[in-house]
Each structure stands twice: as C-alpha cells, then as structure tokens.
Write a protein that binds this ligand. Structure first.
Ligand code: GCU
Length: 353
C-alpha cells in the first residue's frame, strides 16, 4: 500500500474510532472505552492474550469499561502508537522494548545483544520486579508506564539467499533492524549495514530487494510472510527483546482503586496467556516455515557473534551508569541459569572429575 495513502487512512480510521469512543461515553452507561493497539495479526499470541484481557475486564467491570483491541497496525506503527498512548489518544499499546529506548535510555539494557545466558535467565529477570520496576516506571514523565512484559522469543538473522554462518557473512548486506540506536550499533559491530524501519514495511522491503535480510523471531517468517522470500534462518540468537504493554500514565493514576486492582490482575493474565501461547506458536511457526515455505534453519557457532557484540555492553553501561546495578543483578540470574551448552559442559566436567 502507498505509504502516504496508508498514513491518511490510519488518521481517518483513528478519527472514526475516537469519535466512536466519545459517542460511547455520552451514552447512559458512561462506560469508559479502553483502546489497545498492537502490530501483530489476530492469530498472534499477543492478540490472543489481549482478547483474554478484554474478556476479563468485561466480566469483572461490566458496564464500566469497554475494551477494544486493534491489531495489525490499524492504529499506526509502534512508534505512532506509543505517541498516541503518551497523549492519551489511545490507552494502551504493545511496543517492542527496542523502540522504547528512544523514550527512556533505561530501556537500552534489555536491547543488549547476548545479555541473557539462557531463556530461563531471561524469564527470571523479566519476572523480577526489583529489576523491571525502575525501568518500567522511567517513562512516567513522558506520559506512559509499562504494565507488563510479553515474550517475543529470540532474535536471529534471516536472509533472502545467503546463509549467515558467521559475522563476516553479514558484510555488505543490508539488514533491517528495529528503530533503536542499540540495534544500529549492534549491526555495525557485526559488520552488516543496518537499515532501520518499522515492522510493517519489512515484507515489501525484502520482496523488492531493498534489503537483503532482517532479524526477528520465527513468527515473522510465517505470521508476517517473511519466510516466503527469505530462505535461510540462522540461530545466532543475538537478542531476547521483550515486548512491553504500556499504558497512559494519567489513565492509570486516575483509575479508581478497585478498578485498578482488577486491571493489574488483567495485566498478569496477559503475561501468562501470551507466554503459554508463545511456546505453541513458535513450534508451529518452525514447522510451517520448513514444510510450507522451505526455509532452511542454520545453527552457526555463537561465539564469534557474542565476541563481536561484547563492546556494546561496556559502551551502554558507560553511557548510562544507572544501569550498572541492574546489569549486575542480571549476571546473577545468568550464573544461576547458564546456557544449555555451558550447563552440559559443566556437567560433563563434573562427570570427569
Ligand atoms: C517482533 C516483536 C514486535 C516488533 C517486531 C519488529 O515481532 O514482537 O513487537 O515490532 O519484532 O521487529 O519490529
């Protein structure tokens, strides 16, 4: 779709739903319309989890709140939606942690490549409120707060026709990254050429050869069709970047206490449902990518990728020393939940000893 046309279409659509919302407010019930936007399809774990939230709020706060969930960038790109959430034009949206670092530098921490030693370490860190609370609240002044996190798996490189087996294979390749300085720097360190753009533009950019590849979880292959054009998916596992459900600060602050408590329960439900659905969805995506799209999965040695990215950790901590205690707390989880590879070699070592 033509970009200018699609932007005007989004604006028109927004106007219609905002007016619709006001209409809803002026009725007898005075129910408050809660609009939530995200950029995934209706089959995606995020949409399934937000639908569970919608049902929960309707059941527990019947007549007081009406939740409307808008998928597939209907309310604009993630950056557009974050801005709409800031001003209160919409109430919530799901944004990748990657783009949130442009709203608060503290979010940089979870964008660091190879930050987590394992998926278990990642999940424990994201569930530790002492770690996440300072970051999730850091955008209060900017008009929004994070209310829960969502699993978005591991990010890996995938390309049109050249498999990525080592960082040097990325040389000369234009790779789409999310619009975040950390991601751009990561690509520079790995030797590729970073092409930042919104998620909704990636398919066309791949198809038309404007870019040679991208990086994302397995769902992007199937749910977003990237596997129709990209035939090599390399498990270098450079990032585990969570998605974040953010809410308008004023709405959250002014919500009556008992309603707020129910909303909080709803946020916990979103997290649980999404994580459960995620495991199933990734399995299905991998299977479909091989069977229907003929994508080849590659398992390169991770070490050269890890080493190339390492300087970024130091650079981010130097630029934002507030993150150091958080970074150290993450290392404790990394020690408790080391990578499978490391755990195996350690148990082998114990066997030998
Ligand atoms: C994942 C993530 C999205 C994000 C997208 C991207 O799909 O779940 O929130 O927008 O990556 O690469 O932009």
């Amino acid at each position: 779709m033509n970009r200018g046309f699609s932007k005007s279409f989004v604006r028109l659509w927004l106007l219609i739903i905002i007016c619709g919302g006001l209409w809803g407010c002026s009725g007898k019930q005075e129910a408050r319309i809660i609009r939530i936007g995200h950029n995934q399809s209706v089959n995606h774990p995020i949409h399934i989890a937000l639908t569970a939230f919608q049902n929960y709020i309707h059941e527990r706060l019947a007549g007081r709140y009406i939740v409307q969930v808008y998928p597939s960038e209907l309310l604009g790109s993630q950056t557009d939606m974050v801005q709409l959430t800031q001003t209160g034009a919409i109430d919530f949206c799901v944004a990748s942690n990657a783009i949130l670092e442009t709203f608060s530098k503290d979010y940089e921490i979870f964008n660091l490549p190879y930050l987590f030693a394992s998926q278990e370490a990642y999940h424990h860190v994201m569930d530790d409120r002492q770690i996440t609370d300072p970051i999730f609240g850091s955008t209060e002044k900017a008009g929004f707060i994070a209310v829960t996190w969502l699993d978005a798996g591991t990010r890996n490189f995938y390309t049109l026709d050249t498999p990525v087996e080592q960082p040097s294979d990325l040389k000369g390749m234009k790779i789409r990254v999310q619009q975040s300085p950390t991601n751009i720097e990561m690509m520079r360190l790995l030797g590729g050429s970073a092409t930042p753009m919104g998620f909704g533009d990636v398919y066309t950019a791949l198809q038309s050869g404007i870019i040679d590849g991208a990086e994302n979880n397995e769902m992007a292959l199937t749910d977003n069709g990237h596997g129709d054009v990209c035939k090599f998916y390399s498990y270098d596992m450079h990032q585990m970047v969570p998605d974040i459900l953010i809410g308008n600060q004023v709405l959250m602050e002014e919500m009556p206490k008992e309603a707020r408590e129910i909303f909080e329960e709803g946020f916990a439900l979103v997290n649980q449902v999404e994580r459960k659905e995620w495991v199933k969805a990734v399995e299905q995506a991998k299977e479909r990518a091989v069977r229907e799209q003929q994508v080849e999965f590659i398992y390169p040695e991770q070490r050269p990728f890890v080493e190339a990215c390492r300087p970024l950790h130091e650079r981010v901590l130097k630029g934002n020393p507030r993150l150091k205690p958080i970074y150290d707390a993450i290392q404790k989880y990394n020690e408790a939940y080391p990578s499978l590879e490391k755990a195996c070699s350690e148990s082998k070592l114990a066997e030998i000893e």
